[in-house]
Write a protein that binds this ligand. Structure first.
Ligand code: NAD
Length: 514
């Protein structure tokens, strides 16, 4: 149930009264009451910089900064208005210095952490895809998204003086987020973009925007309380293709960052603006039998069942050398997978895909039935005609290599397992299934030559050896987290540097101190 944040309302009313010279606000001039949902906000702290941050020259919450104009806390119906407000917020953020950026990051991470259970539930209720436990983890994991510390300037010193290359902000970024992780993608985008000094305007997925609007409002309320900046992370309510086009065209928007499937990637590329595109994938796994098969099975079940296989990096099809097929299958079942028989696979396939005629060159192209995307294994089991045991994490079955479940990014907790005769055949089929997205791939092997051959052939952005896909994002492997992996345009796993312009500052002949 929604609760009203009284301290915040008091703050805002005081602010408005101050601006009106003490006059009683009217309905037209006073901001609407803050809708905080049942979200918890962090306690208001002093304007002291966070531990480890540099003291800033201007107070974090500058009284001279332009006052919050619209009282919407980042939520806008009009895309152009949002872009303008974000531009003002960008200027205000620059005034608050590095300490201001650090404060925003601290707030966003804390809010995701303390509200993880509630926000995960809200997102799941709206989207009806994925798993609550993993949605909670995806919000708590925002702590692993890097911040300002990632922006180490590059320095040169020589006979002709010194040069510094710095990572400067763009200004306002237009961002599109997916239905598969709406709040987590928005949160890590805000952390990376603000760490680099930018403001952002989001167009969320129409099926996952209410939760994003709720979270954006809470983020902006907290930022406003601490720093006096109201619209640093704006969002359009409701998002439409028109609002996307308006954001893309707006003069304040310097670059786009889109996270989603082929449609939005194509739209962003056509926009005329530079676009950072975190596009689709269909990650294959190769198991060559040289490593522990039980470990491989455990990793595969963990990765492919995560959030019901909604992750773009998630294991989507497995190629295993023939002699090890039975042992791998037994391992998958041991670790929580349920094996479907051929009749059950056929029933599931008929419901999971449609084959509209008229697409493709004489050969119908499979289209994923979105009603089954991200559903629980027991739901898919019932569609297949079987009641799977409680606690089943994943469905598995043997399929041929050209099966739609192998070739399409289906985002369901059903994993096709394909027997192959050789490592060469496995690599060739994995490359075909990955379809040139250059997204992610996994291998379970102790043979360095096999690892190298697969890495070279698939040329993916993420390549994980002997771990689950999540190891590629720091969960079980080394590395930082982001839910936007810029595969299509090549920036890789997004981080603060992704959202910067490199500027060089040259001092000729002087300032070298030796
Ligand atoms: P989707 O492509 O349906 O939607 C993604 C976003 O793009 C949504 O906000 C949607 O409204 C918008 N969109 C779609 N077509 C558009 C168009 N023509 N113009 C403007 N906006 C448009 O994808 P989804 O189901 O929300 O998410 C799943 C897809 O996203 C999968 O393909 C997955 O691999 C990909 N994904 C990639 C990454 C990554 O980091 N590379 C991360 C998450 C998801």
């Amino acid at each position: 149930m929604a609760t009203i944040n009284e301290a915040l309302i008091r703050d805002v009313v005081q602010e408005v009264l101050g601006r009106l010279g003490g006059a009683t606000p009217t309905a037209q001039t006073s901001p609407p009451p803050a809708q905080t949902g049942s979200a918890q906000t962090t306690p208001a702290s002093s304007s002291r910089p966070a531990p480890g941050t540099a003291p800033c020259a201007t107070p974090l919450r500058s009284r001279s900064a332009p006052a919050a104009r619209r009282g919407t806390f980042g939520v806008f119906q009009d895309a152009d208005e949002a872009c303008e407000a974000a531009q003002e917020a960008f200027v205000q953020l620059a005034e608050r210095g590095v300490a201001g950026r650090n404060k925003v990051i601290e707030l966003v991470k804390n809010l995701c952490y303390v509200n993880a259970k509630e926000w995960a539930r809200i997102e799941l209720e709206e989207t009806k895809i994925g798993r609550l436990d993993h949605k909670i983890e995806k919000l708590q994991a925002q702590r692993n998204v890097p911040g300002v510390e990632f922006l180490n300037p590059y320095g040169l010193s020589g006979d002709h003086g010194i040069t510094l290359e710095e990572y400067a902000p763009f200004g306002v970024i237009g961002a599109v987020t997916p239905s598969t992780h709406s709040i987590p993608t928005m949160a890590c985008n805000i952390i990376s973009m603000v760490a680099a000094g930018n403001a952002v305007v989001f167009n969320a997925h129409p099926g996952a925007y209410k939760c994003a609007v709720m979270a954006a409002r809470v983020f902006n309320e907290a930022i406003y309380r601490e720093l006096g900046i109201e619209n640093l992370a704006c969002i359009i309510e409701p998002p439409t293709l028109e609002s996307f086009n308006a954001i893309a065209k707006n003069e304040h928007v310097k670059i786009l960052c889109v996270t989603g499937g082929p449609g939005v990637v194509a739209a962003a590329m056509k926009s005329g603006k530079r676009a950072i595109c975190a596009g689709p994938g269909n990650p294959p796994v190769l198991v060559d039998g040289t490593s522990c098969l039980d470990h491989a099975a455990k990793c595969i079940v963990f990765g492919a069942s995560y959030d019901n296989n909604l992750l773009c990096i998630g294991e989507k099809e497995v190629f295993v050398l023939e002699p090890f097929f039975d042992q791998l299958m037994a391992g998958l079942e041991k670790h929580g997978a349920y094996r479907l028989n051929p009749g059950q696979v056929e029933r599931l396939t008929k419901q999971a895909f449609t084959f509209p005629s008229g697409q493709g060159a004489g050969c119908a192209h499979a289209v994923v039935n979105r009603n089954l995307v991200g559903k629980d294994p027991d739901v898919l089991g019932r569609v297949a005609g079987v009641n799977v045991p409680a606690g089943t994490q994943l469905l598995v079955a043997e399929t041929p290599p050209d099966h739609p479940f192998v070739m399409e990014e289906q985002m369901m907790p059903f994993l096709p397992i394909v027997r192959v005769k050789s490592v060469e055949e496995g690599i060739e089929l994995a490359k075909r299934a990955e379809r040139g997205y250059k997204h992610s791939a996994m291998i379970h092997s102790h043979d360095v030559a096999h690892m190298t051959a697969m890495a070279k052939a698939l040329d993916t952005t993420l390549f994980v050896k002997n771990g689950s896909c999540l190891a590629g994002l720091g969960n079980g492997g080394e590395g930082y987290l982001n839910f936007s992996i810029a595969t299509t345009t090549g920036e890789g796993i997004c981080n603060p540097r992704t959202f910067t312009r490199v500027r060089r500052c040259v001092m000729v002949d002087k300032l070298r101190i030796f």
